[in-house]
Design a protein around this ligand. Structure first.
Ligand SMILES: C[S@@+](CC[C@H](N)C(=O)[O-])C[C@H]1O[C@@H](n2cnc3c(N)ncnc32)[C@H](O)[C@@H]1O
Length: 282
């Protein structure tokens, strides 16, 4: 097995994979159905020809640029195991930061949460695990995403508190919430067209935010005051160059106070927060 690991690492290194050794371990462990650390305890064991063929197939796809998470069929998000398919966006570390930002702001968890564009269910599931008393509505326009998100919620033991709803943003939503959160598509269409190959494996509907990347953000900002209780908060993940535009959009509604833009760990403006005012601001 150690020979196999060396070979896979070398193949990945030659196609300039930065974390070649780690990726090699994950691929080999996946095919051998072992935990990564077990590979070393079994280092002297041989890989069967059938296993080698399966490993080669994954290495080939990885060298073509297919994201590792789709090859493995899962990822870890904020301590949750999430099954993934190309029907959903691969949850990013920045979105884990968004979850952290939200958790840090609430000493009393909100009762009702709306997650717009839930994808794999990442945000709702992570928040639901941290807030056992809260109820969630998780929306997506992709039927496949909703099915996968529901499966992930079951796997993480929070399915009974998350209602998964097919909806074009707010179109099928009624009632009011204490927290509305969204990581919507916010990439400029033009950027997507010349983006690195790996991005093309992810669903376009999860990434494409229109000419300025602001189409979904503008709609969510415009509509969310109707669905928030006074004092309720809107949290958004945004593009690194969208802070000013998003602040202006939030101000223009005259429905929000405490508008704040936060930076991510890399130092980029990445998150927006605003609180629903009690009445329209003059
Ligand atoms: C950037 S992904 C975020 C997925 C997940 N929340 C995460 O953070 O990993 C955006 C999600 O919005 C969904 N979406 C796109 N357009 C939508 C619409 N009109 N109504 C509802 N959801 C939509 C996509 O299907 C996708 O799952």
């Amino acid at each position: 097995m150690s020979e196999e690991l060396r070979w896979v690492t070398e193949q990945l290194r030659q196609s300039s994979r930065e974390s070649a050794r780690l990726e090699a371990e994950l691929i080999v462990a996946h095919i051998l159905q072992k935990a990564r650390h077990e590979l070393y305890a079994h280092a002297q064991e041989l890989v069967t020809p059938a296993e080698h063929t399966q490993i080669c197939a994954l290495v080939e796809r990885r060298c073509q640029g297919e994201p590792l998470q789709y090859l493995l069929g899962y990822t870890e998000f904020h301590g949750c195991y999430l099954r993934l398919t190309p029907a959903v966006l691969i949850p990013r570390p920045e979105t884990e930061e968004l979850v952290e930002l939200i958790l840090a702001r609430y000493s009393n968890p909100p009762a009702d949460v709306l997650d717009l564009g839930t994808g794999s269910g990442a945000i709702s599931i992570a928040l639901a695990r941290a807030w056992p008393q809260s109820s969630f509505v998780a929306v997506d326009i992709s039927v496949e995403a909703l099915a996968l998100a529901r499966e992930n919620a079951v796997r993480n033991g929070v399915a009974e508190r998350i209602r998964f709803v097919w909806s074009d943003w707010f179109s099928a939503i009624s009632g009011k919430f204490d927290l509305v959160v969204s990581n919507p598509p916010y990439v400029r269409t033009e950027y997507l067209e010349r983006a690195p190959r790996e991005l093309h494996y992810e669903p376009k509907a999860a990434l494409d935010g229109g000419p300025e990347g602001l189409d979904a953000l503008a709609l969510i900002i415009q509509e969310s005051p109707t669905y928030l209780h006074a004092g309720g908060a809107l949290y958004l993940e945004i593009g690194s160059d969208q802070g000013r535009s998003v602040r202006a959009l939030l101000q223009r509604t005259r429905a929000f106070t405490e508008i704040e833009i936060y930076r991510d760990l890399a130092g980029y403006e990445r998150f927006a927060r605003a609180v629903r005012a009690t009445r329209c601001l003059s």
